[in-house]
Design a protein around this ligand. Structure first.
Ligand SMILES: [Zn+2]
Length: 84
């Protein structure tokens, strides 16, 4: 697989990938559709500057990556993901 540049929500959106947010404190994870996040935060928002808070433990130490499963599924549009 070629190297992917993933710095902003807009980058994820162009790839058709979901945002995978994983709490470093308790391990809780959730997926977000980048289109939803663009509506609130703008496409230029950096992935390392998202205002995410874990709904299970309240930690703000949340790791954000592209969801590999959604990258592999060619342009698959999953159901709207639930909040973390
Ligand atoms: Zn947590």
């Amino acid at each position: 697989m070629r190297a992917l540049t993933l710095r902003t929500i807009g980058d994820l959106f162009r790839l058709g990938a979901l945002l995978l947010a994983a709490c470093r404190s308790c391990g809780h994870s959730a997926r977000f559709h980048p289109g939803d996040m663009i509506a609130f935060l703008g496409a230029g928002r950096r992935l390392d500057a998202l205002p995410l808070v874990c709904s299970r433990c309240g930690s703000r130490d949340v790791a954000v990556t592209a969801d590999r499963d959604s990258l592999l599924k060619d342009r698959h549009r999953p159901a709207k993901p639930k909040d973390i």
